[in-house]
Design a protein around this ligand. Structure first.
Ligand code: SAM
Ligand code: TMP
Ligand code: ZN
Length: 405
């Protein structure tokens, strides 16, 4: 029995995706076979309810200097972070000489708005190439992993922070005790540590099984984050549900007793109770749906291949690593995946080895079908690629179930 990374309680495994590669490292065709694989399995702590992976990938393998993901590739996400920055500039950061620290700033999608407002700031990210992109615009970045010693050094050099913010990163950090200890050392009195991550409630309700991949070590719920915050001497003082990435929760925490707990926390706890989010039966039924959706997707792609149809993928996402490797989908079923990220192009998808091509490939000529792996950007991509449907093409989606659009 594995012990919970948060509370030491028993973790009961509920789904095994088998052998899976690191999802955000795209081999060049000559490097096929050099991928790092591990067993991707998820379990549920029967004490604190935290959903977590049973095996861990080394952080240097997941977040190397040339980590290819660039947050700013999505106009929806650019707008989301501009609005988020504006919100905090008007609230937590509106006192005299505030200091803002961001964990996992990537290419500066949020950090740059804080810098542009003239606020003291520091981004922390180990992905050197992405962090240098943020630095190139004039934002201050420390290239490295945020953890307690790094946080202490920042505090000594720069003073306390009113806001420590992080998006789509805290759930990636198995050694989260060190992150909370760092936030504790770094925060000003009354300051807040805010993080937003994919929400377990949406993943379970809509069978978003492809949200399970190496980087998402934890799948947070309000209840598990509240327990985790307590464990580390923090209160969960507010939560806000956001629509981005298919359903995200923003968690606001503060050192225990320093801030008033907002009513949204109790409301969401009750909601999670009603949705049976802490019951093991919920996870058994999630697993059964994953298996049937994968079988259906594979059957559809096999039928289309037999009919001589051309099928490509859209978006070489981390999510697609789980889908292609778990469902057994390779270049025989999907001839290429189009993606706008330069560092992914002319490489192959990890484990499944589907060639990745620039988006221009999509229309020359249009395929018969396109599997939308970047379904969280559906609106933006479908608007951009309107002519695909006009030319008779159909989108294939596999969440919340397999269907055509
Ligand atoms: N915040 C951006 C967003 O929401 O689009 C980037 C999210 S990206 C999925 C995760 C980022 O976290 C990567 O740039 C990665 O290098 C960074 N990261 C991973 N572990 C970290 C740590 N311990 N400290 C700081 N950054 C970390
Ligand atoms: P994400 O779902 O992890 O944000 O990744 C989205 C991927 O899809 C990323 O590799 C960039 C790619 N993408 C496109 O190719 N075209 C687009 O219009 C958008 C929004 C994303
Ligand atoms: Zn636990």
């Amino acid at each position: 029995m594995t012990s919970c990374r948060i509370c030491g309680g028993p973790v009961v495994e509920f789904f095994d995706f088998g052998r899976q590669p690191v999802s955000d490292v795209f081999p060049a065709p000559a490097d096929i076979g050099t991928e790092h694989f591990y067993r991707l399995a998820v379990g549920f702590c029967t004490d604190c309810t935290m959903v977590q992976q049973l095996e861990e990938v080394d952080r240097e393998k997941m977040f190397p200097a040339d980590y290819p993901y660039r947050s700013s590739g999505s106009s929806l996400m650019r707008r989301h972070f501009e609005e988020t920055a504006a919100h905090y500039l008007a609230t937590e950061l509106n006192g005299p000489d505030p200091f803002y620290v961001e964990i996992g700033c990537n290419d500066g999608i949020m950090l740059n708005s804080v810098r542009a407002a003239g606020v003291r700031h520091l981004g922390v990210d180990p992905a050197e190439h992405a962090a240098l992109a943020a630095g190139a615009t004039g934002s201050r970045v420390h290239i490295g992993f945020f953890e307690e010693p790094a946080a202490r050094r920042i505090r000594e050099a720069e003073g306390p922070a009113q806001l420590v913010f992080s998006a789509n990163t805290i759930s990636h950090i198995a050694y989260i005790d060190s992150v909370f200890a760092g936030a504790r050392a770094l925060l000003a009195e009354g300051g807040v540590f805010v993080f937003e991550d994919r929400y377990l409630g949406d993943i379970v309700t809509h069978t978003y099984f492809d949200q399970v991949y190496d980087e998402h070590f934890y799948l947070f719920s309000v209840r598990s984050v509240q327990a985790m915050a307590r464990q580390y001497g923090f209160d969960l003082i507010d939560v806000e549900h956001l629509s981005v990435h298919g359903g995200t929760m923003r968690y606001t925490t503060a050192r225990a007793g320093e801030r008033t707990v907002r009513p949204a926390v109790a409301r969401w706890l009750a909601h999670e109770h009603d949705r049976k989010l802490s019951e093991q039966a919920t996870y058994a039924s999630f697993g059964a749906k994953v298996e049937s959706h994968c079988a259906e997707l594979r059957a559809l792609l096999t039928r289309l291949k037999d009919e001589g149809k051309r099928v490509v993928g859209y978006g070489a996402t981390c999510k697609s690593a789980t889908v292609t490797n778990y469902c057994g989908i390779g270049p025989d079923l999907i001839s290429a995946v189009c993606d706008s990220t330069p560092d992914k192009q002319h490489r192959v998808t990890p484990g499944s080895h589907i060639p990745i091509l620039p988006p221009e490939h999509f229309s020359s000529p249009y395929p018969d079908y396109a599997v939308l792996f970047a379904w969280n950007h559906a609106e933006e991509i479908m608007a951009k690629e309107q002519e695909f449907k006009a030319a008779g093409g159909r989108w294939i989606l596999y969440v919340p179930d397999v269907h055509l659009a």
